[in-house]
Design a protein around this ligand. Structure first.
Ligand code: FBP
Ligand code: MG
Ligand code: MG
Length: 354
């Protein structure tokens, strides 16, 4: 919109001023690339008149733990925290030292921050109470995703979902606080420890990406308003499971190959998801004969990534059903089949689903 200056409107004989473009209201509130995460969070908070800053503090706590985990990941080979623990987590999967380390770092940061009442982590069977019984939020988290890639210096990540607790404050959080369903998430995101470290999150108003600047120790806004292309050229799955995939998934993948789409699979969900978010594509972790419910966990892997993808204009389904509409069972570590990515590709898969 163009606004002549008030002085000029009065003096009609004066030479016409050069028009100055004024950004629309929303644009004036938008912050430029390079803005620090802290400033971004503060500014966003002022857009919600009743915001009390608790969610902002939670995001700060997650970013802080992310910086610490990033440091540990970067020097893991030197500091001897790579390798298997020789123990299994609640999923019966081999626990890596960095899985444990990351879990400790996130729990500590969320406890010290004061706003998080309880944490549901992939690494702990039960809900972890932080002792902040007045905290209004709970966090479901996969502290380190892509464990099998830890020891070989390949990108890994953290995935998180934030809920406002529904049980009465003043006491410990309960399972119902985590079992509200995907549409109840107030924020969700991930941190990618990759060739650069990024924090990507949503509070339900689009998706924003921040890149970590190591020497300054800060996340900076680098990717405002991320949108996934509606169509894509990439399919990402573990083809070693081909013989165990449902027939409709094999049929879909065959058409991908007939159309000469590109196969790309890191084996770290965050990394595969992040690539497809920017390039367009579909990530698939179907049910298999060995894993009839799929492998990925609903509460701290699929729900948060589904919220992000919908905010970015993409789609996430378990087959026919939108991931965010899947009702959680009482199992806090529930698994579901997961198909996520560009709308056109995922809709095609969904139409073929049994
Ligand atoms: O080795 P597979 O069966 O392809 O599974 C890979 C998937 O398993 C995961 O590693 C599971 O996550 P965790 O490492 O957090 O257990 C995903 O990151 C990845 O997409
Ligand atoms: Mg994981
Ligand atoms: Mg994990």
């Amino acid at each position: 919109m163009l606004h002549p200056s008030p002085a000029v409107t009065k003096l009609s004989s004066a030479p016409k001023p050069r028009p100055v473009a004024q950004p629309a209201t929303e644009d004036r509130l938008a912050l430029p690339v390079g803005t620090t995460l802290e400033r971004y969070i503060m500014r966003k908070q002022t857009e919600f008149p009743y915001a009390t800053g608790e969610l902002s503090q939670l995001l700060r706590d997650i970013a802080l733990a992310g910086k610490i985990v990033n440091r540990e990941v970067n020097r893991a080979g030197l500091s001897r925290i790579t390798g298997a623990m020789g123990e299994q987590n609640v999923q019966g999967e081999a626990q890596q030292r960095l899985d444990v380390e990351a879990n400790i770092r996130f729990i500590r940061a969320l406890t010290n921050g004061g706003e998080c009442c309880a944490i549901l982590s992939e690494e702990d069977e039960d809900i972890v109470q932080t002792g902040n019984h007045q905290g209004k939020y709970v966090v479901a988290i996969d502290p380190l995703d892509g464990s099998s890639n830890i020891d070989v210096n390949i990108s890994i990540g953290t995935i998180f979902a934030i809920y406002r607790r529904v049980s009465r404050t003043g006491g410990p959080a309960r399972a119902e606080d985590f079992l509200q369903g995907g549409r109840a998430q107030v924020a969700a995101g991930y941190i990618l420890y990759g060739s650069s470290t990024m924090l990507v999150y949503t509070t339900g108003h689009g998706v924003t990406g921040f890149t970590y600047e190591h020497s300054l120790g800060e996340f900076f806004l680098s990717h405002p308003d991320i949108k996934i292309p509606a169509q894509g050229n990439i399919f990402s799955c573990n083809e070693g499971n081909w013989l165990d995939y449902p027939e409709y998934v094999r049929g879909f993948l065959t058409t991908c190959k007939e159309r000469r789409l590109t196969g790309r699979y890191v084996g770290s969900l965050v990394a595969d998801y992040h690539r497809n978010l920017f390039t367009g594509g579909i990530y698939l972790y179907p049910a298999t004969t060995a894993k009839p419910a799929g492998k990925l966990r609903l509460l701290y892997e699929c729900y948060p990534l589904a919220m992000l993808i919908e905010q970015a204009g993409g789609v996430a389904v378990t087959g026919r059903t939108a991931v965010l509409d899947v009702p959680p069972t009482k199992n806090l570590h529930q698994r579901v089949p997961f198909f996520v990515g560009s709308a056109e590709l995922v809709h095609e898969l969904q139409a073929a689903a049994e």
